[in-house]
Design a protein around this ligand. Structure first.
Ligand SMILES: Nc1ncnc2c1ncn2[C@@H]1O[C@H](COP(=O)(O)OP(=O)(O)OP(=O)(O)O)[C@@H](O)[C@H]1O
Ligand SMILES: O=P(O)(O)OC[C@H]1O[C@H](OP(=O)(O)OP(=O)(O)O)[C@H](O)[C@@H]1O
Ligand SMILES: [Mg+2]
Length: 287
């Protein structure tokens, strides 16, 4: 039986469970449940703190896990990243008082030297500072680090920034370029071999969800003598399906199209004479 670690709470928890549901797996029915057995798929899910997930997967006690790339860096983990999951996107930034706005490059490096930096991710910050030979003091906090500057515990912070609302509320601004970008990832133990068996099947299912979310199915009719132009607008992932229509000189075309492009493409197809242009959602797929 495959054993998979899923975040039990926090930002990654809901989207991870939702993605697994879309991939056809059973998920726990109550937020406090610690495990969930999916007999039909021969998988057991374990709900764990995302910070701890790399430990269980790295030791081989669990086969797969969903966690954040920044948490992997913070813990110095050596697990293998199999797939970026398209949620939990965040940047990790230094942030300081508004008076420091605009500090970057060598000026930021000079400013950081000898300062007290509050963070819940000391591993990420230490690595960044060591790479640049900057010596500073790290003040390890558990959360709500934006309060640390106003309360005098630190001179600046290093934290996850998503919308920036929390920083603004605390009167702080980001300093310099992001320390790192992070998103949720599916991880496995680093065996040096390509995934196979049940691991590869779960991976394919999640890849299918990502594709189903990104693409829609587009179908339309067009004159056969405009087909080349139409196909250049809708090349599909491999190649579009073209079928004859009963109406002489016309064909039906079907192709997968990026969801974000759909309205532009429909307008352009209409301009070259395509009609009966229909868009449908893809619920699941294997590419
Ligand atoms: N707005 C956000 N706040 C915090 N973490 C975020 C955010 N957006 C994405 N993430 C990612 O979620 C992971 C942190 O999850 P974790 O559950 O440890 O903290 P959390 O979501 O802040 O929950 P809590 O603070 O309640 O423990 C990291 O990979 C982080 O990059
Ligand atoms: O840029 P924003 O959209 O405002 O999001 C970023 C904030 O969200 C998280 O805090 P969380 O609510 O998890 O509280 P915590 O600091 O106690 O972890 C994170 O630590 C930042 O403080
Ligand atoms: Mg948090």
């Amino acid at each position: 039986m495959l054993r998979v670690a899923i975040p039990n709470k926090g930002t990654l928890s809901g989207p991870a469970a939702q993605m697994l549901r879309e991939a056809g797996y059973r998920q726990r029915s109550a937020d406090k449940d610690l495990t969930c057995l999916d007999v039909a798929n021969d998988v057991e899910f374990f709900y764990l703190r995302p910070r701890d997930i790399a430990t269980y997967v790295g030791s081989g006690d669990l086969d797969l896990g969903v966690t954040g790339q920044d948490l992997l860096v913070d813990g110095g983990s050596t697990v293998e990243e199999l797939l970026e999951l398209g949620f939990g996107g965040a940047t990790f930034h230094f942030a300081g008082p508004v008076a420091m706005a605009g500090l970057a490059g060598a000026d930021l490096t000079a400013y950081l030297s000898g300062r007290r930096i509050a963070t819940a991710y000391p591993g990420v910050v230490e690595r960044h500072l060591a790479d640049r030979e900057i010596k500073a003091e790290i003040v390890k906090l558990d959360g709500a680090v934006e309060n640390a500057v106003r309360l005098g515990v630190a001179d600046l912070i290093a934290d996850v920034v998503e919308t920036g609302a929390t920083l603004r509320q605390a009167g702080l601004v980001t300093l310099g370029e992001p320390i790192m970008r992070s998103s949720a990832v599916l991880v496995s133990r680093d065996t040096g071999e390509a995934p196979s068996g049940a691991v590869a099947q779960l991976l394919r299912r999640l890849q299918g969800v990502l594709v189903a979310r990104r693409y829609v199915m587009l179908a339309y009719d067009c004159r056969a003598d405009r087909l080349d132009e139409a196909v250049s607008l809708t090349p599909g992932i491999e190649s579009p399906t073209v079928s004859p229509l009963h109406r002489e000189g016309w064909v039906a075309v079907q192709a997968m199209v990026l969801r974000t492009e759909i309205h532009r493409i429909m307008d352009e197809l209409y301009e070259i004479g395509a009609r009966a242009i229909l868009v449908t959602d893809i619920h699941a797929c294997r590419i």
